[in-house]
Design a protein around this ligand. Structure first.
Ligand SMILES: [Zn+2]
Length: 191
């Protein structure tokens, strides 16, 4: 993941008021990280205990504290934000899967136009499905060949499609196409 922006973020609550500088904005990242190395380099003291981590200023005043959850130290202030962000994404992903990996714009349309009774999910802007991204890109875009035939019937493209599993009403099993490169005139034969 690459950062697309850098800026200053101020976190303010009853407990603390702290300003972060050189904050990197990474669109795909689902939670916020604080660099311990940067905090220490900026003159702050970071203390790790069995279940808590604390960032103190030079005078020993607490700036931020975090509780240990699994192997992560999570700042309580951000835990709620993280929880809600995740919840809406999980819900949207659930409906995306239920609709057979329907694109998110259509899911949004279903919700906005109230086409499905009771469907009230917030679909995050930057949501993406790893399965769709890997499985729906079946081939790379065609590049422009750069040359076209100068004369009619100079180049004719042809393709055969078949044997079809289901026969047409007339009993045909194959499709055969001829496309003239200059005029794009197309002839289709069914056999
Ligand atoms: Zn998907």
């Amino acid at each position: 993941m690459l950062a697309t922006g850098r800026g200053v973020v101020r976190l303010k609550s009853d407990m603390f008021d702290v300003t972060f500088v050189n904050v990197l904005y990474v669109p795909g990242l689902q939670c916020n990280f604080i660099s311990v190395a940067r905090a220490v380099n900026s003159g702050y003291i970071v203390k790790f205990r069995e279940n808590t981590a604390t960032i103190l200023n030079k005078h020993g005043g607490t700036i931020l504290s975090a509780n240990k959850v699994s192997d992560m130290f999570i700042n309580e202030q951000n835990k709620n934000t993280l929880f809600f962000a995740r919840k809406s994404e999980e819900e949207a992903m659930k409906w995306h899967s239920r609709y057979g990996h329907q694109d998110f714009a259509s899911i949004r349309e279903l919700i906005n136009k109230q086409m499905v009774r009771g469907l009230q999910v917030s679909v995050p802007k930057d949501i993406c499905c790893a399965l769709c991204m890997t499985n729906k890109c079946t081939q790379k875009p065609y590049c422009n060949a750069g040359s076209r035939a100068k004369d009619v019937l100079g180049i004719v493209h042809t393709d055969v499609c078949g044997l079809m599993r289901n026969l047409s009403i007339g009993g045909a099993k194959y499709l055969l196409t001829f496309i003239d490169d200059k005029t794009r005139a197309t002839y289709l034969y069914i056999s």
